[in-house]
Design a protein around this ligand. Sequence first.
Ligand SMILES: [Zn+2]
Length: 346
Amino acid sequence: MSHDYEELGLVAGLEIHQQLDTATKLFCNCPTERRDPADSVRSFTRYLHPTKSELGELDEAALEESRVDREFEYLAFDSTCLVEEDDEPPHRLDGAALEVALEIAALLDCTIVDRAQVMRKIVVDGSNTSGFQRSALLATDGEIETDAGPVGIADLLLEEESAARIDDRADGVTYGLDRLGVPLVEIGTEPDIRTPAQAKQAAERIGMLLRSTGRVKRGLGTIRQDVNVSIEAGARVELKGVQSLDDIDDIVENEVKRQVELLEIAEELRARDAAVGDPVDVTEIFGDTARPPARHGAVGPRHAPGRRRDLPHRRAAGLRRHERGGRGAPDGGRRARGAERLERCE
Ligand SMILES: [Zn+2]
């Protein structure tokens, strides 16, 4: 079924991450080629310890993650240096990467900033040995054309790629250091996209411009896209890590469909006067099972005494978990992201 996207108030934005094909990494002289984990020559482990920022604040996400007590293992190769291990300060920003990023900014008709400043974004999943991703805003206010009108380019950043996730266990994660520090451009569009077809075309145009430089990496995993989608009565949802351009229209369409159907379910539940009661402790019941029950989300009997919550409200809360500062909203997410970057200047 095709929707009337204008009537639904569809607003979408893209965030595209593209690895650059430079000889050396962004903050050290190591090669940017991917390696086979089997070629790793040694490994080391780290735990995440949250520390206070320059402003004396503790990052809540980092604090929460550290409570899980997961061990991060890093596979090092014969080419791995002390910068990648976070045992040496980062070197000067790679000149070749800066040059390609500025070329891309020019192709996107962006305004280049007067002065680029490398900043840090907190990383809580262990995908960077330093606990930060280093990132520099290089350009703003660009534009690309689509058949349905122009799509603004909000900003372009030059960043370091995260370490590649190789193995995921209950008590930890193994990462490969070959990918850590590969130069990456992050391009964010304004939330100017109004149809699934326009989302696909915008992504295609940006992809074409990137490849036209002849200096971006090709192949699976070298380009990743996050798609922000919202409809007027729904919530803003960020779909992360889309690797294929061909799927973007379907992805936007399916997300709209999902939200429309959730709204229909909410309406039906409201009509039936449905409610969620207080949580019930089921620990005893599952006491002998191998996996302990989740602490949250127990659903009580219908019309249970006590505080009563509307289901539509619960639905909204559930959706919100997927949200993040992003491109779907006209300003909120963007402002939050910018603020975070400013607070953590190196
Ligand atoms: Zn290195």
